[in-house]
Design a binder for this molecule. Structure first.
Ligand code: BV8
Ligand code: ZN
Length: 248
């Protein structure tokens, strides 16, 4: 799509990237869409499960009310993810890690695909579906190493019950991860927001914070979002097609 590339050049994005000292990227479910991971608000099959909207089954109260059902839900989600591999969007973002003096990737996704694509030090704002956390001692283990027939899993260290190490609606984000993401967003020269509907807070507030602090804001999304009108450049397309084309 030459006009797309033309708009990228015309927008001065190429020059900004060449001069950038610090780049901050926030991703959402859309960056994994081309890997086959259903998005939440695109009507995918994770939007509603067993008749429950996902933000009901993925809410803090469910852990106390029905931990076994929460595990059934996240076992289902991991089942869907088993066959999903990183796509060119994840791979391009992983390459960017060494293209700038400072680079930060914060993701709302819990699928682990950025790390699988080679990104390091990913700020997982909403946790990771492949990790379990002990309700008693906070110990963390890889779910894939736990006996799948024992639900809820039992902590190896203390025998306590474990929950998915994922941030549910109504829960605080991991403190140190959030603080680092907020600091990096506020010192970025260029901020990319890729594949998010930008309605889940506080994560969705990061791009606006970057913009307020002077960052050049770029949105990559086939659709408009509440952030589109404050972006300097909006690249209307699929991340797996748009990102690999960005040369600088
Ligand atoms: C908090 C893990 C503070 C779980 C997730 C009422 C009650 C309780 C809380 C609230 C409330 N009202 C508001 C809140 C706050 C709430 C919130 O913001 N709700 C929204 C819905 C209004 N936030 C919270 O609860 C957060 N915690 O506020 O705590 C607090 C706590 C205690 C006391 C005081 C204060 C916690 C939020 C984290 C929730 N956990 N995930 C799970 O996965 O099951 S959020 C969930 O939504 C996922 O992480 C997902 O990443 C995230 C955001 O969705 P998106 O990533 O944007 O995905 P979506 O499908 O929406 O959009 C996809 C986009 O991609 C679209 O724009 C589409 O166009 C685009 N796209 C599609 N294909 C492509 C593409 N783009 C590029 N390329 C493509 N190929
Ligand atoms: Zn424990």
């Amino acid at each position: 799509m030459p006009e797309k590339e033309e708009s990228v050049n015309a927008s001065g994005l190429r020059g900004r990237l060449r001069a950038a000292r610090s780049v901050f990227v926030l991703t959402g479910a859309g960056v994994s869409a081309e890997s086959g991971v259903p998005t939440f608000r695109g009507g995918g099959q994770t939007a509603v499960w067993k008749g429950m909207p996902f933000d009901v089954i993925s809410s803090a109260g469910m852990v106390g009310r029905d931990l076994a059902l929460v595990w059934e839900w996240f076992d289902y989600r991991r089942g869907v993810l088993q066959s999903c591999r990183p796509n060119p969007a994840h791979e391009t973002i992983a390459r960017w890690q060494t293209s700038f003096p400072q680079f930060t990737l914060a993701t709302q996704n819990v699928d682990g695909l950025h790390t699988e694509a080679g990104s390091r030090g990913v700020l997982e704002l909403h946790g990771n579906v492949w990790r379990a956390r002990c309700l008693n001692c906070e110990g963390r283990e890889d779910v894939r190493e736990k006996d799948a027939s024992v639900r809820p899993p039992v902590c190896r260290a203390c025998g306590g019950l474990m929950r998915p190490d994922v941030v549910l609606f109504g829960e605080m984000l991991p403190e140190e991860v959030w603080v680092e993401a907020a600091e990096r967003a506020a010192t970025a020269d260029v901020c990319f927001v890729v594949g998010t509907s930008a309605i889940v807070y506080p994560a969705a507030g990061l791009p606006a914070a970057a913009k307020r602090a002077g960052a050049f804001l770029v949105e990559v999304n086939p659709e408009e979002t509440p952030l589109s009108n404050i972006c300097d450049v909006t690249l209307r397309g699929a991340a797996g097609e748009v990102l690999p084309r960005l040369e600088f």
